[in-house]
Design a protein around this ligand. Structure first.
Ligand SMILES: CC(C)(COP(=O)(O)OP(=O)(O)OC[C@H]1O[C@@H](n2cnc3c(N)ncnc32)[C@H](O)[C@@H]1OP(=O)(O)O)[C@@H](O)C(=O)NCCC(=O)NCCS
Length: 223
């Protein structure tokens, strides 16, 4: 289960409402058979982190929002660019996405992909090398990269660089991505391209999951 958007009105905070909302949401998750619970929150938010720890969701790693002006990144973009094809909302493409997600995250997410593929502001790409599909990435009209996943950790650098190229080729004024602290390759690539950290968040979960050297989430609400 992925939780997003927990808010208590400022005048009502600190009175147990957040705790009660979380307890009810987790009861719903339990009934639905959830085996893990995860979310992404701001690192500066000590109340939410304390509340989540109290409910058994422990911090796993930071996640950094990196961005740069499109023109600035254009000048620096070089390196290997992978061949790409568009992802279609078809049974075979959804099956291929499901296989990659199952190996990277432990779950297939057909509904999530359908949602992204039917969003007119997003475009999905499969990346290919030597005739194999080695991963996928979505790039939004705002120049944001993610989610992005690769079948092997060694493909992360080329896949992320290729996705930055695709984002820089759009009409967006900025290029951005949301990078796990556990993903040295993506962080190194972002730094090499002059990208800057705008803010930091942290992933919390009831148990560790996923191979974050092979995955970049989209944003806190869309892991
Ligand atoms: C985060 C938020 C939902 C919490 O709701 P709330 O109704 O204020 O929280 P509650 O009164 O139910 O619970 C407070 C609990 O937080 C924890 N907490 C608060 N301050 C803490 C601190 N400095 N360190 C550790 N834990 C802390 C405690 O467990 C505390 O419970 P306790 O006082 O019984 O020990 C609320 O503050 C909010 O809406 N903040 C703005 C939006 C936001 O940041 N949302 C989270 C996005 S992921």
């Amino acid at each position: 289960m992925v939780l997003a958007e927990l808010f208590v009105a400022p005048g009502q905070q600190g009175r147990g409402i957040g705790k009660e909302l979380l307890t009810r949401t987790f009861e719903h998750a339990r009934k639905a058979g959830a085996t893990n619970k995860a979310l992404i929150t701001f690192t500066f938010n000590v109340v939410s982190q304390g509340l989540y720890i109290r409910h058994g969701l422990f911090p796993r790693f930071p996640i950094y929002f990196f961005s740069i002006e499109r023109d600035a990144v254009m000048q620096r973009l070089q390196g290997e660019k992978l061949r790409w094809t568009d992802i279609e909302d078809s049974a075979s493409d959804l099956n291929r996405l499901g296989e990659i997600d199952s190996s990277v995250l432990g779950i297939a997410r057909e509904r999530h992909h359908r949602y992204l593929l039917n969003d007119g502001t997003m475009r999905g790409y499969f990346f290919h090398a030597q005739g194999d599909c080695i991963g996928y990435a979505y790039v939004s009209a705002t120049g944001h990269v993610g989610p992005l996943a690769v079948a092997q950790p060694t493909a992360m650098g080329a896949a992320f660089t290729s996705a930055l190229n695709l984002a820089a080729a759009s009409a967006a004024s900025q290029v951005s991505a949301f990078l796990p602290g556990a993903n040295e390759t993506a962080l190194g690539t972002a730094a090499e391209h002059g990208m800057r950290i705008t803010f930091a968040m942290v992933l919390v979960s009831t148990r560790a999951f996923g191979d974050w050297t092979r995955y970049l989430p989209r944003n806190p609400g869309f892991m």
